[in-house]
Design a protein around this ligand. Structure first.
Ligand code: ADP
Ligand code: MG
Length: 716
């Protein structure tokens, strides 16, 4: 609509403008009221005082009390951001950083990316005027590589610390040192200058009076830094562990508001929790009073399949019962769709929110009265003796189950349906094991090395990973060429690998690909491997989906198949001369995806990631070439990159992973499921009842000794 024409007062357009303004101020009024009614609003003054008094503060408060959205605003209003300094808030999850930033920018009445912004891997919505910046914990770790003092921050809030993700744990160690260093520089920077001559590059995480600290100060001694305020926020009542780690730091508790929640269990164990969820959702919908339903699932695939099932079943109901609206929230959901979970359902409708454990504590969704909790979560596990990390669906802990049921009692009494017998609850672990105890550490170690932390075993972890896991990961980094045999960051490979925001094994693949003249292909590969399930096959259209997939499949394996999909989507857009990014192009692409049984959300995410890492490798000056129609160099490059994940066929048709000795099977979704080549590399291990491998390409056995002699010549 054209708004430029001159309009007389009282004319239709200016009335509309006025209406819009009234709408706008009504909405602002409502938001203001919501803010005022949050439990945390009444303690604003006290909290600000505590932050002024203490350099480290631990804030514990129930989910929904207003910690994440309000505290940064309190501090901003209290004048903490003088001299253009920034308040940084870290989140373990991308989705949380994005949705919370959007909400807070709305609360502040500013455009996202101005005063309030977010920054996550592959997506940055900040500007020089950003003062309240939400980001992932991993991203702040990366920022420390470029700015060891994190000098632009006046306050850093580590949110959701109870989640104990590996990045949160490492970040706390790092921040402890940055804070220490910043206050020391202000007080005795000059004096330290002459104390030490051992100059090293980068950030040194000092041991008290150790040699490294002097060099660190020496390098930066001309600058003065304001002290850094640190706030650790957690939804679990157990603040002790954080307080102790930060030398007896003060902890304050914020009262939450919690209404009673009735807990229901199943009488017997359920065979299929997706099926049981579906039944429960409809029992609530048809039998219970108004209120939205929140269902906890383990990942995108589950969410999308149950979403389809709900909508199919709805069609079979009489029209009066069809008023159920599904919305979902998970990490890979494009950010413009993430906000849909927060919008109230249309009048007369009930909303059912299908979420991963993002909805456990990270985001608070209003309107929920019913929680369906199958009792599972997808978690990383790592077996250091085998050097293999995998994603496994495991039972939640007791504290997770309690958090989940609590989501039903935020605004009034609620109900939680646990899809397991009560006796099972008693058997659950009390709390979840910190991730650092169950993941491959090579990523973290590479970053710490790049930050100048030489002694990984001596690093001040809040909870130390096992010695075995550290050593295994160091070994892996040496095998990948990121570290020298002495454990130092190699130049240039290690330095380049640390710059890329990817798992070391993928960073290495990109670097190698520039030598194999197939970087163009490898960029697509890495982007496509970074997202969950590109293909989808609805139960009722399995055959059609298989036929569609055949159009893309490559006899070499899944990697080339993924490249074919990506390139076909490019061609589709080019043919219609539509770029991605414009709404028309995206809509057309969604349609194309649907016709080809491709998950459009995943593909879009992969395209975004591709753009970002292309930018990264261009900046690094890597040679971007394509191997054209000859796929041999590309397949060889896969072997050279993923040799740690090579497997050979066993007589009975299973595979033996060479590095770990584990017996694994090709996942039925692989294009090589039928063919079963003699020797393969794979990218993912999924553990259900069986150990399945996914994303597989056939290779020649001899390539391994040729291209990875550092590993195979010795072993074999
Ligand atoms: P905490 O961090 O303590 O768990 P939050 O600051 O995330 O609490 O949430 C405070 C309140 O803000 C909640 O009651 C929630 O309902 C509301 N809220 C948060 N994000 C949104 C949003 N995007 N839309 C509507 N309400 C929201
Ligand atoms: Mg929060």
């Amino acid at each position: 609509r054209n708004f430029t024409g001159s309009q007389k007062p009282g004319s239709k357009l200016s009335n509309e403008n006025q209406n819009r303004q009234t709408d706008f101020s009504a909405r602002r009024q409502k938001i203001l009221q919501q803010r005022k009614s949050l439990p945390i609003a009444s303690v604003e003054k006290r909290l600000v005082e505590e932050v002024r008094k203490h350099d480290i503060l631990i804030i514990v408060g129930e989910t929904g009390s207003g910690k994440t959205t309000q505290i940064p605003q309190f501090l901003f209003d209290a004048g903490f951001c003088h001299d253009g300094k920034v308040i940084g808030i870290t989140q373990p999850r991308r989705v949380a950083a994005v949705t919370v930033a959007k909400r807070v920018s709305e609360e502040c009445g500013v455009e996202l990316g101005q005063k309030v912004g977010y920054s996550i891997r592959f997506d940055d919505a900040t500007s020089s005027s950003t003062r309240i910046k939400y980001m992932t914990d991993g991203l702040l770790l990366r920022e420390a590589l470029l700015d060891p003092f994190l000098s632009k921050y006046c306050v850093i809030i580590v949110d959701e610390a109870h989640e104990r993700t590996v990045h949160t744990d490492v970040l706390m160690g790092l921040l402890k040192n940055v804070q220490h260093a910043r206050s020391n520089i202000v007080s005795d920077g000059q004096r330290s200058n002459s104390e030490n001559t051992n100059v090293k590059s980068g950030m040194s995480l000092e041991k008290e009076n150790g040699g490294q600290r002097g060099s660190f100060l020496r390098k930066h001694n001309n600058r003065k830094y304001a002290p850094l305020k640190l706030i650790i926020m957690s939804a679990s009542l157990d603040a002790q562990v954080f307080s102790e780690y930060f030398g007896g730091a003060k902890a304050v508790h914020v009262q939450g508001r919690q209404f009673p929640v009735d807990i229901f269990y199943t009488r017997h164990s359920v065979a299929d929790y997706l099926d049981a969820s579906l039944i429960t959702i409809f029992q609530i919908h048809l039998g219970e009073g108004p209120g939205d339903i929140l269902v906890f699932l383990t990942g995108q695939e589950e969410i999308e399949s149950i979403e389809r099932l709900i909508n199919e079943r709805l069609k079979q109901l009489p029209e009066s019962s069809q008023k159920l609206l599904t919305v979902s929230i998970f990490a890979a959901l494009p950010s413009e769709q993430q906000m849909r979970v927060f919008a109230p359902a249309p009048s007369g409708f009930r909303k059912v929110i299908l979420a991963t454990n993002i909805a456990e504590t990270s985001v608070t969704i209003p309107g929920i009265k019913y929680v369906v909790d199958p009792g599972f979560v997808k978690a990383r596990t790592y077996d250091p003796s085998k050097g293999m990390e995998s994603l496994v669906v495991v039972p939640t802990s007791k504290s997770q189950a309690l958090q989940r049921s609590g989501r039903a009692g935020r605004e009034g009494a609620g109900k939680c349906f646990r899809l397991y017998p009560e006796s099972e609850f008693e058997k659950l672990e009390d709390s979840t094991k910190p991730e650092i105890k169950r993941c491959n550490l090579s990523n973290v170690i590479l970053q710490l090395k790049a930050l100048g932390v030489d002694d990984i075993l001596g690093f001040d972890f809040i909870e130390k990973p096992s010695r075995e896991a550290i050593i295994k990961s160091l070994e892996q980094l040496i095998l990948l060429g990121a570290l020298t045999d002495n454990g130092e960051l190699s130049d240039p490979v290690g330095i380049q690998m640390a710059q890329l925001p990817l798992d070391p094994i993928y960073s290495k693949a990109l670097i190698l690909a520039s030598q194999f003249n197939c970087l163009e292909e490898m960029l697509i590969t890495v982007a496509m491997l970074s997202v969950e399930s590109i293909f989808y096959a609805p139960r009722d259209k399995l055959e059609e989906a298989r036929t569609a997939m055949k159009c893309f499949s490559s006899p070499e394996g899944d990697h080339l198949t993924l490249i074919n999909v990506y390139r076909a989507s490019n061609e589709f857009l080019e043919k219609r001369s539509m770029g991605m990014g414009n709404a028309k192009g995206e809509k057309a692409l969604r349609k194309w995806c649907k016709e080809n049984f491709i998950n459009s959300r995943s593909l879009k995410h992969a395209r975004d990631i591709h753009k970002q890492i292309l930018g990264n490798v261009e900046q690094m000056g890597l040679q971007i070439a394509s191997c054209g129609d000859d796929m041999l160099p590309y397949c060889r490059c896969l072997a050279a990159s993923f040799f740690l994940n090579a497997a050979v066929k066993q007589p009975e048709g299973t595979y033996r992973a060479l590095a770990s000795g584990q017996v694994v099977q090709i996942h039925p979704s692989s294009v090589l499921f039928q063919q079963r080549p003699e020797c393969i590399i794979f990218n993912e291990l999924v553990q259900t009842n069986n150990k399945y491998i996914r994303n597989i390409t056939r290779i020649n056995y001899l390539w391994l000794t040729e291209l990875a002699p550092q590993y195979f010549a010795v072993q074999n």
